[in-house]
Design a protein around this ligand. Structure first.
Ligand code: CP
Length: 313
C-alpha cells in the first residue's frame, strides 16, 4: 500500500465511527483485512511495517477481545504497544480526559486506541492530540472495528454483503455494536432489521434505515445473518425487561427461533456472551451455525488493517 492509495481510499486521520465513511473506505479496510487474514493463516512471524512506531491502548472500560487484539495486531506489525490501565493511572487521582490526552500527546505516540464509557469522549480526545485515534467503543455510540470484523466474518462465509438480510437482535438501545453495524451494512447494501422488545429499541432507530420488529418469528423470516446482542445491564438505569427467564423465552436465540431464519443463516455475537440469556449455550457452540470464534479471529486482522491505515509512515 503506497501513500497515495492510502490517502485516496482512507482519507481520514482517525477512525471514530462507521457513520459517514464511504463504501470506498470500508472496502479498502476490508480488503486489507482479508490480506492479513491470509497472512495470519500462513505465518507466525512478525512484519515490520510499524517498526519504531508506538501505539497506546487507553481503555477506560473493561475489554477482553478488543484490547488484546489491538495489542496483538500492533505487535504483529512490529509496533511497540503500550497498555494504560486506567485503574492504576492518574485518572484515579482526578486527572481529566483532556489532561490525560494532552499528557499522552506530549510523549508523541503514533496512534492512540481509546475505549470510553461516554459517547463522544473519543472524538473529544482526538481533538487534543496530534496522532491518529481509533475508537474502541464509546458508550452506546459506535464500535467501528467491531462492525468491520463482523463484516469480514460475513464476507468469509457468504462472500458478499450486498443483498443479504441481516437481523440485529436484543438490546439495540444500549448497543454501540448495533449502531456501527447498521451504518456499515446499510452502506454496503445489506437490508438491516432490528428485533427486540419495545423497551430496548430507541424510537428514532428507523431514521437509520432499518426495519423494526418486536418478535423473533416475523423478524427472522428469510434472514441470512443473525447478530445477537448482550443485555447491556451496565448501561441500564431501571428495568427494561420483566425477567431474564422471560427475555430468553421471547428473544433468546434457540433452535426453534433459528428455524424462522434461512436454513443456512449464520449467527454472530460480538461477545461477551451471556449464555442462556440472549443465546442458547448449545447453539453458541455449534460451529456450523455460529461464527462467534471466527469473529474473534477476524478481529486481529481488522485491527492490523486499521493500525496500518492510520499510523503515519
Ligand atoms: N466485542 C467486544 O468489544 O468485546 P470486549 O468488550 O471484550 O472488547
Amino acid at each position: 500500500m503506497n501513500g497515495i492509495d492510502k490517502l485516496k481510499n482512507y482519507p481520514h486521520k482517525h477512525l471514530l465511527g462507521i457513520e459517514g465513511l464511504l463504501p470506498n473506505s470500508l472496502n479498502f479496510l476490508l480488503d486489507l483485512s482479508q490480506k492479513y487474514v491470509k497472512f495470519l493463516e500462513k505465518n507466525s512471524k512478525k512484519l515490520d511495517y510499524l517498526k519504531n512506531k508506538t501505539c497506546i491502548n487507553l481503555f477506560f472500560e473493561n475489554s477482553t477481545r478488543t484490547r488484546t487484539s489491538f495489542e496483538l495486531a500492533g505487535k504483529k506489525l512490529g509496533a511497540d504497544m503500550l497498555n494504560i490501565s486506567v485503574g492504576t493511572s492518574s485518572i484515579k487521582k482526578g486527572e481529566t480526559l483532556i489532561d490525560t490526552a494532552m499528557t499522552l500527546n506530549a510523549m508523541q505516540p503514533d496512534l492512540i486506541v481509546v475505549r470510553h464509557n461516554d459517547a463522544g469522549a473519543v472524538k473529544l480526545l482526538s481533538e487534543k492530540v496530534n496522532c491518529g485515534v481509533i475508537n474502541a467503543g464509546d458508550g452506546p455510540h459506535e464500535h467501528p472495528t467491531q462492525a468491520l470484523l463482523d463484516a469480514l466474518t460475513i464476507l468469509s462465509r457468504k462472500k458478499t454483503i450486498a443483498g443479504l438480510k441481516v437481523a440485529i437482535c436484543g438490546d439495540i438501545m444500549h448497543s454501540r455494536v448495533a449502531r456501527s453495524n447498521i451504518h456499515l451494512l446499510n452502506t454496503l447494501g445489506a437490508e438491516v432489521r432490528v428485533i427486540g422488545p419495545a423497551t430496548l429499541i430507541p424510537k428514532e432507530i428507523d431514521s437509520l434505515g432499518v426495519k423494526v420488529f418486536y418478535n423473533m418469528k416475523d423478524g427472522l423470516k428469510d434472514i441470512d445473518i443473525i447478530i445477537m446482542l448482550r443485555l447491556q445491564l451496565e448501561r441500564m438505569s431501571g428495568s427494561f425487561v420483566p425477567s431474564i427467564r422471560e427475555y430468553f423465552r421471547f428473544y433468546g436465540l434457540d433452535r426453534e427461533k433459528l428455524n424462522y431464519a434461512k436454513p443456512d443463516a449464520l449467527i454472530l455475537h460480538p461477545g461477551p456472551m451471556n449464555r442462556g440469556v440472549e443465546i442458547d449455550t448449545e447453539l453458541a457452540d455449534d460451529l456450523d451455525r455460529s461464527a462467534i470464534f471466527d469473529q474473534v479471529r477476524m478481529g486481529v486482522a481488522v485491527r492490523m488493517a486499521c493500525l496500518k491505515a492510520l499510523v503515519k509512515k
